[in-house]
Design a protein around this ligand. Structure first.
Ligand code: HEM
Length: 380
């Protein structure tokens, strides 16, 4: 997508246009995106058409997700889940995450060729979020199918068919989580579902709010993390010089992960609607206008990132927007980084080189996400 981003940025970093039938302001400038994300006059709304006969349940459930809520409602669920994702709380899971990464690697080590996504990145991220939430890990195949279906419903390039399929998927997920909630009421545990159910028992959350939060956390909690871990391996394999540098200087791991987030941002796009007339850098935005923020473009804005199209594992500072900004700043950013660190450590420790045949690679047909279909790698 990068030449396309450059082309529209050259016209204007805040560009009025229409892509895939979506008319609005397309943001490719870093400063402009930072301002919009932090400005509450731009609201995060569910990107669905108003007439929704065929996807009523999808609409109801999405509307209540913290991601699509605005103040003051946003705070209620966000405050509750925040407590479970602070660095201090997540520290308790580091050992489990590292152990899971080692175990997964030990299973694939002898295979010369593998699909890194199906064999490592996905099982790692889905196991971790399943454990945090309190969802049976054996249902991983379901999570994968649900995530792939729901991601299609929020893409710019979505079809009506994807919305209908998304609705069926939400109906299935609601059914699935209702039985888990019932179970959790019977025997209370220390997982996130139990925390949410307790709030429901105290009349602080409705059942639909609990369901929406479970669905959002399950999907957001693994889909983009799988892509971060896979994009990191892709970056290492396609930039041998940086791979060698990281092997020689393991202390660079932290900045290397930030650089992968910037350079191949798993979330490429997010959207807002102006709740009132607003002027951004001399551009008049009207109430009701749609705004599409290409985060992957902003992260390569040459005004803010020197040599923006170069991957540099030692880059600092690196104030990328890959986790968003403002009140909707990603809840799981720390968790995603812990998982990616564990994954890379395991792989660097147990291999001498990582290689891929770039010609075989194909990116999924999405405007909102940077995700490979498969990642056949060779570890030596
Ligand atoms: C919000 C990216 C991992 C849960 C966001 C947003 C971005 C993002 C860009 C802001 C969207 C917006 O403002 O419109 C990512 C990336 C990840 C990742 C790139 C991995 C590399 C996770 C994980 C979880 C999670 C592991 C859960 C455990 C959430 C939630 C929100 C969110 C709940 C909504 C927060 C709110 O509205 O207050 N994420 N995310 N994400 N993310 Fe993530």
């Amino acid at each position: 997508p990068y030449p396309f981003y450059e082309e529209i940025r050259a016209q204007s970093p805040i560009h009025w246009g229409e892509f895939f039938g979506n008319r609005g302001w397309y943001i490719t400038g870093y400063e402009e995106a930072s301002m919009i994300l932090k400005d509450l006059r731009f609201q995060n709304r569910m990107p669905l058409p108003e007439t929704t006969k065929w996807f009523e349940r999808l609409k109801e459930i999405q509307k209540q997700m913290v991601l699509y809520q605005n103040p003051p409602d946003h705070r209620k669920i966000r405050r509750l889940v925040n407590e479970r994702f602070t660095p201090k709380v997540l520290e308790r899971y580091v050992f489990m995450i590292e152990e899971t990464a080692e175990q997964l690697f030990s299973h694939i080590k002898n295979d010369k060729k593998l699909d890194f996504i199906a064999d490592f990145a996905f099982p790692l991220a889905s196991t971790v979020i399943a454990r945090l939430l309190g969802v049976p890990e054996r249902d991983k195949d379901l999570f994968r199918r649900w995530a792939l279906t729901l991601i299609d419903t929020i893409d710019l390039n979505r079809s009506r068919k994807s919305l209908v399929k998304g609705n069926e998927c939400i109906v299935e997920m609601v059914h699935y989580f209702k039985s888990l909630i019932l179970n959790s009421k019977r025997n209370r545990k220390n997982d996130l579902i139990s925390v949410l159910v307790e709030e429901q028992n105290n009349d602080k959350l409705t059942e639909d709010e609990v369901l929406s939060t479970c669905i959002l956390l399950l999907i957001a909690g693994h889909e983009t993390t799988v892509n971060l871990i896979s994009n990191a391996i892709y970056c290492l394999a396609t930039n041998q010089e940086q791979q060698i540098k990281l092997r020689e200087e393991p202390l660079l791991l932290k900045t290397a992960i930030e650089e992968v987030l910037r350079y191949e941002s798993p979330t490429q796009l997010t959207a807002r609607i102006a709740s009132t007339d607003v002027i951004i850098n001399q551009t008049q935005i009207k109430k009701g206008d749609h705004i599409y923020l290409f985060l992957g473009a902003c992260n390569r804005d040459p005004k803010n990132f020197p040599n923006a199209n170069t991957l540099d594992f030692a880059r600092e500072p690196n104030p990328h927007l890959s986790f968003g900004a403002g009140i909707h700043f990603c809840l799981g950013s720390e968790l995603a980084k812990i998982e990616t660190k564990a994954a890379l450590r395991t792989i660097l420790k147990n291999t001498n080189s990582i290689q891929i045949d770039s010609k075989q690679l194909e990116w999924r047909n999405l405007t909102g996400f940077r995700a490979l279909k498969e990642l056949p790698v060779v570890f030596n």
